[in-house]
Write a protein that binds this ligand. Sequence first.
Ligand SMILES: *[C@@H]1O[C@H](CO)[C@@H](O)[C@H](O)[C@H]1NC(C)=O
Ligand SMILES: *[C@@H]1O[C@H](CO)[C@@H](O)[C@H](O)[C@H]1NC(C)=O
Length: 271
Amino acid sequence: MGSVLLLLLLLLVAAHPGGGRVQGPQDEQVPGLKGSPPAPVGTSANFQVHISPELVAVPPGDSVWLNCSHNCPLPGRSSLHTQLRQGQKVSRPGWVSYQLLDVRAWSSIVRCLVTCAGETREATARINAYKPPRSVILEPPVLEGRMYTLRCHVTHVFPVGFMVVTLRRKGRVIYFERLERFTGLDLANVTLTHVLRAGPQDLWQPLTCHARLNLDGLIVRSSSAPVMLTFLDWSPVSIALASTSIVILMGILLAVGAAYLRKYLVTQLPA
Ligand SMILES: *[C@@H]1O[C@H](CO)[C@@H](O)[C@H](O)[C@H]1NC(C)=O
Ligand SMILES: *[C@@H]1O[C@H](CO)[C@@H](O)[C@H](O)[C@H]1NC(C)=O
């Protein structure tokens, strides 16, 4: 039916060269049929794909939404390419919003491809999963023999494998550890232990613990409050022994007191 109409229209236009006045939805297609260049569906030249946000950081295990938009006037075909697990999807003319679930890889590239009038363009985004430490705590040094044991706790951090933990005395590095061997995909707590032989010159020098995440150039730093080395630091064992001896002493005093009281009562009681 449509083609018959078109044919009629063509005949009409051919018969009356001035017949361009004929109006109708078919008008636009006539030039195409005559073999002249197609009307500009336009755009292909400045057809653009955009993804938003282009860089996003989430704590491990979180999900994230990415919005892939384009200016193709036709219904463009859009798809997302990623190793991450995809969740829900919301499509509207001009954009598609994609949900990505349970992001645990520390860094992922996501590509959105849109095809418009046979041409495909793409936009990329990067999703990083990391979490700065909730806390960095250096315990008071414990003196055992002539050695101090230093323990530094770094809590709720990710990715541990990208972390370096450093102990400093008066700002100068005395020990550090790279934690590359940790490849877990969850938030983790890490305890670094270091045994230090300290001399008198180390007394009253501030000790600090530092956690540093190096995420391909993005540096995240956290530090502990300083603690001091003093010879008054007692190991838990000596504290336990000290408490025991206090309890024993109290016991002896009580026993002695009770004995006196009894003697006193006995002497005061009427015969
Ligand atoms: C996606 O992006 C488009 C274009 O910027 C915007 O109009 C739309 O509201 C966005 N959708 C969501 C869910 O953010
Ligand atoms: C890490 O330590 C915190 C306390 O600082 C604790 O609540 C949490 O359960 C620990 N997490 C793991 C994975 O051990």
